[in-house]
Ligand binder design. Sequence first.
Ligand code: NCD
Ligand code: ZN
Ligand code: ZN
Length: 343
Amino acid sequence: MQQITITTPDDWHLHFRDGEMLHETVPATARCFARAIVMPNLVPPVINAKLANEYKSRILAARPKGSHFQPLMTLYLTNQTTTQDIIDAKQAGVVAAKLYPAGATTNSAQAVIGIEALYPVFEEMQKQGLLLLIHGEVTENHVDIFDREKVFIDQYMIKIVQAFPDLKVVFEHITTSDAADFVLASSHHVAATITPQHLLLNRNDLLVGGVKPHNYCLPVLKRSTHQQALRNVVASGSNKFFLGTDSAPHAKHAKENACGCAGCYSAWSALELYTQVFDELNALDKLEGFASFYGADFYGLPRNTTSVTLAKQSWTVPESINLADGEAIVPFFAGQQVAWKIV
Ligand code: NCD
Ligand code: ZN
Ligand code: ZN
């Protein structure tokens, strides 16, 4: 196939950041996605409806002229989150709340210690129909970083979905066959997002021939058998797995650093790279479900009615993106060829 037209997709997991950065990140996503779940890990985090509404206005103001792109807002759970925060968030149009175990990832220092303490909040979310989005990794020092997702499933995920059978749970950016199997074995209230980097790469791409800081994200890339398991589930066309880029910009100097930040800025190439993966898997017929249908269906939102066309035409991702304030960002796949292009 040389060309494919799909219903306009949505991105069910990304980081826009804030301030000046919005003028870079919002247009990059709005070029091909109709909606996006905007993660709340700002500094300070988006912990209530008021902050979510204000953040939403700043995002809307950064849209390109004429764009109908819609941000879908989320709340950052902390040990101080109350059931009233959940009720207020629902009323304000917030669609989900994000659980970061404290210390698990970028800007999670103020997040949750002792997940069971949040059960009353999960109870209210279940009642209000707010989705629970989970960064599923434990943070204990003695747990090997490559095992942290699997241990999270065993210690927390199983219990949460059992305790709240009607709560919709998204296991975010899954990286292991364990997570894929868990989601497949769970009820229709449990689904997962998968990033382009975890479909395209494995830990060799992070560490062989030198450390590749621009392939460093959390959860960290795993061994190729896990990558293959993720490729298999998306190729299967299961509606429990959908597109979430986890596009997460960091300044070049913060990534190319003795203590480099986690996150890949993929907004300028993500849809094209997903298409490339589905093409490699001979599963282009499954792309539209993954990119455009299953996420909206799971969130209980209407599917988009417009469309996007991609052609099999290779192009090179730029080496660097220069921001107005003088900062540079190295995009995901910088300097590399992508096989598909938006028409
Ligand atoms: C994300 C970020 O930079 O905000 N980083 C990442 O490596 N994925 C946070 C997250 O999604 O865990
Ligand atoms: Zn995360
Ligand atoms: Zn993320």
